[in-house]
Write a protein that binds this ligand. Structure first.
Ligand code: AMP
Ligand code: GLY
Length: 428
């Protein structure tokens, strides 16, 4: 088979790498990919294709011209813009939710509607179409810690966690008046702030059958100990012992199954990855949000552990036959992924510096370096080209050993301004 992966981050590198290990696959294309996918050396070639993830006509033309049998979409932006609908209308096979279903991630208000319909444990939110009404609500209500959220997609940045009323009022102004997140702030939500530990539970569903994946934990804050601004994720590990088998079963039963059913009742069958962002509160797990795709970086340790052929899983999902798939097989060893970032991230990153030590890291056993923001300079050296640059992922018999493996990879690699958190997986 020929497979096209859409996207160019660490998640998509991990997807392309795993797909290329399928005995069914002859060629992997990735649009646009990065320097890591361009230099991947497996049995199956991986070729970068310079087409933007939102150029659906260009991608469709490429898929047809290159006999692509299946397309796999990594990021939320093309999913929410309807890439699946565009491919399906040309009878091309594609893995991911369609535009209507991707609204589960693309509109937090729609997500809350689904959760309400499915009676899924979450925190009730009020939605507002303008700053005036939202501020009036804050000023007449109790003085409790609130979270203010832009309704639409904002690269994980449209959520402002507040500790007092004046911070919440300020957050409303940023979203609805200054339009810090653009159109994502056409509507906003205000909800109570929950306390607890966070976990990500991902599942694959064809709209009927749900296969829950081992729980993972992301590290969203920029700095050690969970302080500093929120990022796209500075590292992740899998499985997360925080969610034990009993809790996972509870989450399946009370969260994932009723969500899929509620979507179905709304006539929005969901095919793809269902990613529940959960807060484990003293009253039990609560859904903070859903994503409609693999998490990044969670995807990297997850796929490092997956033994089942990913292509079989994607095909069964597209065909609505997940119930016929044998149980997924996992490497029993945990995996830890440490994100190496550029100076300046999560603000404006300083880019263009040659990255040294990648060859050395590649020689380490049980370590895989997935690329995110990397490119080539004119001298064909690999340089950093974005905020999150590499996801150095290690396997080990225990979480501390997986951590050691990942950081031994990190130690090999350097460029001007490179940094990472030092405490990934310590919360385990
Ligand atoms: P979301 O995109 O809704 O998952 O929000 C991003 C991050 O904001 C989450 O991972 C949490 O750290 C935080 N967050 C969102 N909603 C709440 C809430 N109700 N209480 C506390 N923290 C929250
Ligand atoms: N790691 C969080 C996300 O992918 O949204």
């Amino acid at each position: 088979m020929n497979i096209l992966v859409v996207g160019g981050g660490g998640r998509e590198h991990a997807l392309a790498w795993k797909i290329a290990r399928s005995p069914k696959v002859k060629q992997v294309f990735i649009a646009p990919g990065n320097a890591g996918t361009a230099t991947e050396t497996g049995l199956v070639p991986i070729q970068n294709v310079p087409i933007n993830e939102l150029d659906f006509a260009g991608l469709i033309k490429f898929a047809k011209a290159n006999a692509v049998d299946m397309t796999v979409v990594g990021p939320e932006i093309p999913l929410c813009a309807g890439i699946v609908d565009a491919f399906e209308s040309e009878t091309l096979r594609i893995f991911g939710p369609n535009k209507k279903a991707a609204r589960l991630e693309g509109s937090k208000i729609f997500c809350k509607e689904v959760l309400r319909k499915g009676n899924v444990p979450t925190v009730t939110a009020r939605s507002f179409g303008n700053a005036k009404d939202a501020i009036a609500y804050l000023e007449t209500g109790p003085e409790i810690p609130f979270v203010v959220k832009a309704d639409g997609l904002a690269a994980g940045k449209g959520v402002i966690v507040c500790s007092c009323r004046s911070e919440a009022v300020d957050a409303v102004r940023r979203i609805a008046e200054s339009r810090e997140f653009g159109e994502a702030g056409n509507q906003l939500l205000i909800e109570e702030r929950l306390d607890g530990r966070e976990a990500s539970v991902l599942a694959i569903t064809d709209g009927r059958t749900i296969l829950t994946l081992p729980p993972a934990q992301d590290h969203k804050a920029a700095h050690d100990g969970g302080i500093g601004p929120n990022t796209g994720g500075m590292g992740a590990y899998c499985p997360a012992p925080l969610v034990d088998a009993e809790k996972l079963h509870w989450i399946e039963e009370k969260v994932l199954v009723p969500t899929v059913h509620a979507l179905d009742r709304l006539d929005v069958p969901f095919k793809g990855i269902l990613y529940a962002g959960l807060m484990l509160t003293r009253q039990g797990p609560r859904v903070l949000e859903y994503n409609a795709r693999f998490g990044d970086p969670e995807c990297q340790p997850l796929l490092m552990r997956l033994k089942t052929d990913l292509v079989d899983i994607f095909e069964a999902t597209i065909d609505g036959k997940l119930d016929r798939l044998p149980p997924l097989e996992w490497d029993p060893r945990p995996a830890v992924c440490v994100v190496m970032a550029s100076q300046g991230y999560p603000g404006k990153p300083e880019t263009g510096f040659p990255i040294r030590g990648l060859d050395e890291a590649a020689k380490l056993p049980d370590v895989k370096v997935f690329h995110a923001g990397t490119a080539f300079n004119e001298a064909r050296e690999i340089i950093n080209s974005g905020g999150r640059v590499l996801g150095v992922t290690g396997l080990g018999e225990t979480i501390p050993e997986a951590k050691r493996a990942a950081y031994s990879g990190v130690k090999c690699i350097r460029w001007d301004g490179a940094w990472c958190r030092k405490d990934i997986s310590d919360r385990a």
